[in-house]
Design a protein around this ligand. Structure first.
Ligand code: ZN
Length: 83
């Protein structure tokens, strides 16, 4: 049918239109980078926008946060047992 845009994936269609859109690959890289350094405001915003529309990336983010928490606990555990 002419005149009707074929949209197989609404997320990908949105990504082409909005400058703040990032792919899942870019977002996972940002989530990992955020562990080491503060992200620029634009990247933080893009991350939040993506987390709202994506189902997989929030799960990944949760896992990274769980890992970070576990590593912290592990470090504290080591410190407690020094004495
Ligand atoms: Zn994603």
């Amino acid at each position: 049918m002419p005149g009707i845009e074929l949209v197989c994936c609404p997320v990908n269609a949105l990504m082409k239109k909005l400058p703040l859109m990032r792919s899942c690959k870019e977002v996972t890289a940002l989530v990992i980078a955020r562990e080491d350094r503060d992200l620029p405001l634009a990247e933080q915003l893009a991350l939040r926008v993506h987390m709202v529309i994506c189902k997989a990336c929030p799960t990944f983010e949760r896992q990274v946060l769980t890992m970070r928490h576990a590593m912290k606990q592990w470090r504290n555990y080591g410190a407690d047992n020094d004495e």
